[in-house]
Design a protein around this ligand. Sequence first.
Ligand code: HEM
Length: 503
Amino acid sequence: MDLFTIFLVFSITFIIWWDTRERRRSTRFPPGPPRLPIIGSLLSVAFKSSIPSIAFAKLAKIYGDVMYVKMGSLDAVVFSSHEAANEIFNHDKANDRVTAGFVADRNMDQNMGIIWGNGEIWQTLRRFTIRTLRDFGFGKAASMDVVINEELTKFLEHFSNKLNQKTEDIMVISKEFLDLSVLNVLWRLVTGKSFELGNDRLEHLLLLSNEFIRGSKNGGDISLTFPVLREWFPEWTGRTRQRECIKRLCDFCREAVNEHRQSDSYATDPQSFIDVFLAKIDQNENKYIFNDEQLIYTLLDLLQAGADTSSNTLTFALVYLTLHPDKQENVHKELDAAFPSDDVITVAMKSKLPYCTATLLETQRYSSVLPFAPNRETAEDIKVKNYIIKKGTAIIINLQAMHFDEGVWGDPHVFRPERFLTRDGAIDKRKAELVVGFGGGRRVCLGQNLAESTMLIYFTTFFKYFKLERVAGGNGKLAPSTVPVLGLVYSPRPFEAKIICRG
Ligand code: HEM
């Protein structure tokens, strides 16, 4: 026998042994695409689409809404329908986050913060953060209205100045436009201070955060499928750069903490979330939860979760309404009828704005800025739909698949805010609940209330004062596009639009 024949016989024997073992191991696993040794189902995923959420959605049509996918060394079950996701959202043994790959690097291989924290640390920090932020007005409509409107006024001034500096009324609109202003709303509630718009250093920090987020694709990320490659090829896999981004963001949060610590009154007269946390650290209880590093990671969580998500969604709304002038006209008509004078728009006025609310819901659905909820993993063997999901299996919740489920939406690929309205023009609450962009269960987004209020006030006030028009024959590269820049969070591409001030 020559060497080639020996190799062939060995390979075939290995594949048959591996396949038999896999089948025996997985008799009650959910169905899924064929698996090969080492790479698992990666080829099946890659052949469907280069975008993981779309590839999984296509495979789910074949294998079902609870589907087992092995990718490299990652054992995962993908949930793709509302019914299946609700079951997992509410399962008390499916609340832990996966902490491998880029998450391990981000959290220094430790159990840190809220988004990627687990167990008692996550529960305590989440509860503490919600309660403390509420004391500073977070989640209370009246206090949020004031902060949001103050930051919005600064943004509109900044925007108008930029517009006035131009000889033409054509501008390139990018998400960076809104990032800092939207972050200011959150940052004020957290630190008591806001940033100056146009501050280069902060804009640079936001770019770093964005770069980190774009470097990870959650379900399809090489750092999860072959974590060892991150160790061997840190440059090529982007690990070195991601670690650098996180280090600089942590340094920034550390500076904010040190500034607050220098104030004599943080314990006696706390003015912000940081002050209350510092006072808690001084009490010296629960030191493994209330310490400087956990505070820094909690700030980093809020900064990263709050910065990109709301501003990206808002910028997508600007893109979609530039592409759909008829929908923009409906928004203008509703705003003109509801606010004939220069009223300040507040959250309490939402009931007067069903079409605008429907447009934001449709934007959240259509953009699916977080295509996946951050991955979770099972804390023990669990049973879902008569399938067994083994302890330690990654749970991938495909939010984008739910937002584009033809059985639910009929025409999911059409941008149509009207789908959220009843015949008499009110919001169809049952339909609205099918938008799952904030996730669900005990891990549901902590900032949902703030994000919804910020987006409503920014969106309506912007369109009250401005109209966006597509630039005829403009720079083709900068035409408004619905195709996002991929990453953990989808980002809109910069686009050129004609800005018309409305009386
Ligand atoms: C449009 C804006 C936003 C979207 C689409 C969004 C979406 C999400 C999603 C999908 C999750 C995961 C939920 C799950 O696992 O089921 C999440 C978690 C989280 N979000 Fe948001 N979010 C937004 C805005 C914000 C804001 C403004 C904050 C700031 C307070 C925030 C803070 C968090 C935190 C701390 C978590 C982790 C919760 C946990 O693991 O317990 N988010 N968000």
